[in-house]
Write a new protein. Structure first.
Ligand SMILES: NC(=O)c1ccc[n+]([C@@H]2O[C@H](COP(=O)([O-])OP(=O)(O)OC[C@H]3O[C@@H](n4cnc5c(N)ncnc54)[C@H](O)[C@@H]3O)[C@@H](O)[C@H]2O)c1
Ligand SMILES: [Zn+2]
Length: 331
């Protein structure tokens, strides 16, 4: 897997103006950076998760055919995770697969979704159920895009960054003292943490490309996080639900953690989201967690980072509900 490269917007312009390139972006990025796309062969998808679907894929493929793309075309995704996942999947499918380059423009995409070659779209409301592993030939990072990112999307990226911090002691030690500056978008603090976060994701993906085992640890905070995200109707950003999920999962399994560690974990997560835990019952959260596609066996799995290790804890739905019930009013 090629490592992400740090490059300037001017260099990105050269790439997207290259020979036989097809650029895919979304309406927000196009509106904010329209001059970047001048003269390029490109398509624009409507921003938002709702458009990460097969209909968009079909439309993009038709557009590629009509604009003369062939087997030698390189697709370049310029956008957040939605654009990256969709364009990557288009590249995996177009004429049985063409090369692609990912140019992430959100914090989440720069430290997480652009790394690892997972591409795909949602079908029938089920997230990421149709996709392919298709590694981009290059991942081009330019932090200048982040200047226009809304705060909600910034916090979204921070949620995944603290998840990486819980999984890697060096990142944990580097993040804890400066967490408030990261959240406040101080780029002097953010830039090195982004670098560490992206390298961490690369190392996990490299060791476990197809999610045999190691990659599962990236689900920290996501068992409860995903359930609450759905039940709360996506009011907050995904990363904020991950932070809430981290709080809930660590508190449910507090007796497995050193108390100082527990307090540090909560401090990191609360810095990312000061929002109260949504008013949901433990029954509702248990039901939604059971429905998660990762819990095929009927048990609900929580990945708990303990500082030295990550424990995979499988609970029956009854055990899960009981542990959640015991702490839900304190979350
Ligand atoms: N492939 C993977 O391994 C992986 C990992 C994690 C998440 N994901 C996927 O990533 C998606 C989420 O990605 P995301 O958080 O980047 O969301 P997103 O792509 O929807 O971007 C968030 C919002 O920010 C806007 N935006 C993008 N760049 C901007 C910029 N520079 N300035 C201002 N606005 C900008 C977008 O138009 C959008 O409205 C989800 O679909 C998720 O499933 C994939
Ligand atoms: Zn996530």
């Amino acid at each position: 897997m090629n490592k992400a490269e740090l490059i300037s917007i001017d260099e990105i312009k050269k790439v997207i103006n290259g020979d036989n390139v097809f650029v895919i972006t979304d309406t927000n990025v196009k509106a904010l950076y329209s001059s970047v796309f001048d003269g390029t062969r490109h398509a624009v998808i409507i921003a938002g998760e709702a458009n990460k679907n097969l209909e968009t894929v079909g439309r993009l493929i038709v557009e590629m055919v009509e604009k003369g793309c062939n087997r030698k075309t390189t697709v370049v995704a310029v956008g957040g995770g939605v654009v990256g996942d969709t364009a990557g999947y288009v590249a995996a499918s177009y004429m049985r697969g063409v090369k692609w380059i990912n140019v992430p423009t959100t914090l989440l995409a720069m430290v997480d979704s652009s790394i690892g070659g997972k591409t795909g779209v949602d079908v029938g409301g089920y997230k990421n159920v149709c996709g392919a592993f298709h590694l981009p030939v290059r991942v081009l990072i330019c932090r200048d895009w982040l200047a226009t990112l809304p705060d909600r999307e910034w916090l979204c990226g921070c949620g995944e960054m603290i998840k990486h911090a819980l999984l890697d002691e060096d990142i944990f030690k580097a993040t804890l003292p400066v967490i408030d500056k990261l959240v406040a978008r101080d780029m002097d603090v953010t830039a090195p943490l982004m670098e560490m976060s992206a390298r961490y994701k690369e190392s996990i993906v490299e060791a476990d490309f197809k999610e045999g085992g190691l990659r599962k640890r990236l689900n920290v905070g996501h068992t409860v996080g995903h359930a609450v995200e759905k039940l709360d109707n996506f009011r907050l950003s995904h990363g904020q639900y991950v932070a809430l999920g981290i709080v809930a999962e660590a508190t449910m399994l507090k007796n497995e953690l050193d108390i100082n560690r527990y307090n540090d974990v909560i401090r990191l997560a609360h810095a990312v989201t000061t929002d109260a835990f949504p008013k949901l019952t433990s029954e509702e959260i248990t039901e939604a967690s059971k429905a998660d596609k990762k819990n095929g066996s009927g048990e609900i799995v929580i990945m708990l980072p303990t500082g030295n290790d990550v424990k995979e804890i499988a609970l029956t739905p009854d055990e899960f509900k009981e542990k959640l019930e015991a702490c839900i009013y304190d979350l």
